[in-house]
Each structure stands twice: as C-alpha cells, then as structure tokens.
Design a protein around this ligand. Structure first.
Ligand SMILES: *Cc1c(COP(=O)(O)O)cnc(C)c1O
Length: 403
C-alpha cells in the first residue's frame, strides 16, 4: 500500500541544519513505494507521457529525466547531498576522480590557457596534464604547494586555473587555501582544490574561497574500497560548463555507485573522526620509536604547518608517512613484516594500507624528480583504517623489529 504523503522530496526543510543531518538526509527523494533508504534507479532511459512531454523535457522547459548520461535520480541524490556538504550551489558526479579533474579542465580551459598545478599532486593528475592536455595547447607549470609567493610569481596574464591538493600526498604539506584563493582572484584566475584527503567532513574549500572542489569518491566517500567515482562541485555558473562537458563526453557515474556513495556519506564524519583519532595516536607513537627518523603528520606539533592545519581543517586526516632509519631495503623489510595491514597504494578504506612511495606511486619519477618532491627511499606511507589501534600498533611494531 502506498500513500501520497510518503513520496516526493524529503529534504525541503533542511535549511540551517548541521553537517551530520545533511549527510544523512540531503538530496533524498522517496518513491511512492515508501522506501526508507534511497532507491537505486538502474535505467538508461525514461518514458514520456506524450510526444509534447518528450519535446518539453528535451528542450529543458519542464524538469525531468531524459537519459541517464544526463541525469539519473540516484546520481542526482548523491550530487545534491555532496553539494550540501561542500556548501556548493551545484555538484556533478563522475565515473572516477580522474574524470572529475578531466571534466573540470576540459570545460574551463582552452588551448593557450595557462594552468598552475601544485607540485605534489596525484600521479595520474600529472600525467593528464603532461601527456594529454599539453597536446591541446594547455600550458602547465608546477609550483611548490606551500609557497604563496611562488604561486603569485608564477601567474601569467593567461593563467586560467590554479589546481591544488591540500594536504598533499604523501608528505601532508598544506597550502593556506584562503590566501591562495585571494592570489588567484587577484590575477583573474580560478582556484580548484582536490579535497580527496580531507573530505568535506574535515575541510570545505569553497567556504575558504576556492571556486571549485573535486573528489575521488573512490576513497573516503565510499570508505570501504568498493567502487570508483568522483564529483566536482562549485558555483552554478562554473558548474554549467562542467555538466555540459560530462553530458557530452560521457564519464558519468552509474546509479549503483552513486547509491554506495550516498550510503558512504551518511557515515563519513564518524568514520573520519575515527580515522583521525587512530592516525594521531599512531603518529605520536611512531615519533617516539628509535627506528624512525621522521614522521609527517599535520596533527603533530613538530609539523611545520600544524597551526595552519588546526585553523583550516577540523581534523588532521588519516595518512601518516614516516622515514625509517636505513634505506630502501629497510623500508621494504618494515613493510613485509606487517601481517594485518594490507600492502596496497589505495587509501580511504576501513582497512589500513601500507606502501613504499619511491617504488610505487612515485616510481616513474627520475631520482632527481623524487628528490625534489621530497620522496626518499626510506619513506613509508600508512593510510590508517578502522581496525583496533592496539592491533595496528602491534603490526607496525613488527615492522620496527624487522629494521
Ligand atoms: C585517487 C585520487 C585521485 C584519482 O581518483 P580515481 O577515483 O582513482 O580516478 C585524484 N586525486 C587524489 C588526491 C587521489 O587520491
């Protein structure tokens, strides 16, 4: 039995509610079946009542779905929820984090435009700019993330976009996003932030002045390592272009993955808090171990940008990197001695992962490029999951014993 009052938009009364309420309820539409959880709509196309209805929907004169490359109710629910959490006018979902970055650049930049990218971004992001976008005449330069003067000096009259990941991977460097937004706007450019490592639960770049924010939803938004996806969010005026590119080019999100991410968002903040709490404990503990040379974690007072991290983020994140005493062999012995933690380069999972950046994520860089990125052979990166902290410590102690 179905009742009218059960169906329709459920989030029209959410003005002024808190982050956790938005995370659980924003974007929800209920079908006449009265389902409590969000429905999945696995359909490629939609039926129109009449030919005139079809024409009006295609013309955009009446709202409604036309084709799932354009819109899908489950995907739209995810987009509206993430827009609410990032404080964005609009969001659009993509098939992966990389297609979110691709859509952003393709829709905003033309041949002859200049783009500035922080030096320590995700490897595939660098490949995208270097191997492909440069072929279409987009000029790209790289800037040390934290150095505001260098950003300002690197801007040219044709600089269209500044693109950063803050905090960076794997060394947890930050940039003052509000100050960088001011620099970008002063030069007539846009600032885009890859917010994958913090998620809106810890950092909301749009509220700090950024124009666009993007995510690999594959990481913490899913949170359990199940599916690939991404999202771009920002002002409606800019998003119009991004949406237009995605609808035409096609790397849109599947309804099933959108549903996974909707469910992921509902637990995002409590998961991030737990990830951060364990990371803090592990970072403090590692810093005291004689086998460890240095720990990179912005929650430590020894981190040079600890104060900025406190101001800009509501948590320090869940990536803890450290240098062991010794070189590559010692790092590998440490990694191979762990029994609980998974040896994988992914992050944002309930399962803790461990990786050796110099021979995996940064393995294709030349030794000189690695040195300038600060990636030493004795560096290990741990992306802290949700296992018992005593078990994680015991596992890392196996690594220490193998040094
Ligand atoms: C994983 C990742 C990406 C790419 O996302 P995919 O979903 O793998 O395409 C981009 N940026 C950062 C910071 C990432 O960690």
């Amino acid at each position: 039995m179905t009742e009218e009052w059960q169906a329709g938009r459920l989030d029209s009364d959410l003005d002024g509610v808190g982050f956790d309420t938005l995370a659980v309820r924003a974007g929800q539409q209920r079908s006449p079946e009265g389902e409590h959880s969000e429905a999945i709509y696995p359909t490629s196309s939609y039926v129109f009542r009449t030919a005139a209805d079809a024409a009006a929907r295609f013309a955009g004169e009446v709202p409604g779905n036309v084709y799932s490359r354009y819109t899908n109710p489950t995907v739209r629910a995810f987009e509206e929820r993430i827009a609410a959490l990032e404080g964005a006018e609009q969001a659009v979902a993509t098939s992966s984090g990389m297609s979110a970055i691709l859509a952003m650049v393709m829709s905003l930049c033309s041949g002859g435009d200049h783009v500035l990218v922080s030096r320590s971004v995700f490897g595939s992001t660098i490949s995208l700019f270097e191997k492909y976008l440069k072929r279409f005449g987009v000029q790209v330069d790289y800037v040390p993330l934290a150095d505001l003067q260098a950003w300002s000096a690197a801007c040219k009259p044709n600089t269209k976009l500044l693109f950063v990941e803050s905090p960076s991977n794997p060394l947890a460097e930050l940039v003052d996003i509000a100050a960088l937004a001011e620099i970008a706007h002063g030069k007539g450019a846009l600032l885009a932030v890859d917010n994958c490592f913090c998620t809106p639960a810890l950092q909301q770049p749009l509220k700090l002045g950024a124009d666009l924010v993007m995510h690999s939803a594959t990481k913490y938004i899913d949170g359990q390592g199940r599916s690939m996806g991404g999202v771009v969010a920002g002002k409606a005026e800019l998003m119009k272009e991004v949406v237009g590119f995605l609808r035409t080019a096609g790397p849109t999100l599947s309804p099933f993955n959108a549903w996974i991410f909707l469910k992921g968002l509902e637990t995002l903040r409590v998961r991030m808090q737990a990830h951060c709490a364990s990371s803090q404990q592990l970072a403090e503990w590692l810093e005291q171990q004689p086998g460890i040379e240095h720990v990179y974690y912005s929650g430590l007072p020894s981190h040079p940008q600890h104060e900025l991290a406190k101001r800009q983020q509501s948590g320090f994140g869940a990536v803890v990197s450290f240098e062991v005493k010794g070189g590559k062999d010692a790092a590998w012995r440490f990694i191979d001695a762990t029994r609980v933690i998974s040896i994988t380069t992914n992050l944002g999972d309930t399962k803790t992962t461990i990786a050796h950046p110099a021979t995996t994520s940064h393995g294709r860089l030349s030794p000189a490029e690695r040195a300038s990125a600060g990636i030493r052979d004795n560096l290990i990166r741990v992306a802290v999951g949700l296992e018992d902290i005593v078990d994680l410590k015991a596992d890392l102690a196996r690594g220490l014993a193998a040094l």
